[in-house]
Design a protein around this ligand. Structure first.
Ligand SMILES: [Zn+2]
Length: 112
């Protein structure tokens, strides 16, 4: 079972030079590039696997790995949102735990 899953995923994985019709302009051809260069917010460039349209005026490009944290701009705000919601959840957990402890100790006092 596990083997089949792994096998299918490997077959689905696009290879360098794979092509498809561009979903944006529907005229151009998108080509898979294992090392497509993107400009990061920091000004550095990084090579990531991505699909890129061959029409210069289309500008379609999509990172192959969804949920990749390496795509610039998009990710920095998404990451910030995720981080702040994580902190909020943590704060809520601490608060509810404190309330539980408080009510537990109050209940114990009443019993005595
Ligand atoms: Zn296109």
């Amino acid at each position: 079972m596990r083997y089949r899953l792994h096998d299918r995923r490997a077959a689905d994985r696009p290879a360098n030079g794979d092509t498809a019709i561009c979903p944006k302009c529907r005229i151009g051809i998108i080509e898979f590039n294992e090392r497509y260069r993107v400009q990061l917010v920091t000004g550095k460039t990084e090579a990531i696997p991505a699909w890129v349209c061959d029409r210069a005026d289309c500008h379609y490009e999509r990172a192959a790995r969804s949920g990749s944290d390496r795509i610039p701009l998009q990710s920095s705000s998404a990451e910030l949102r995720a981080r702040s919601s994580r902190q909020l959840m943590k704060a809520r957990a601490v608060l509810s735990r404190a309330q539980q402890t408080l009510s537990k100790s109050l209940g114990r006092k009443k019993q005595r």
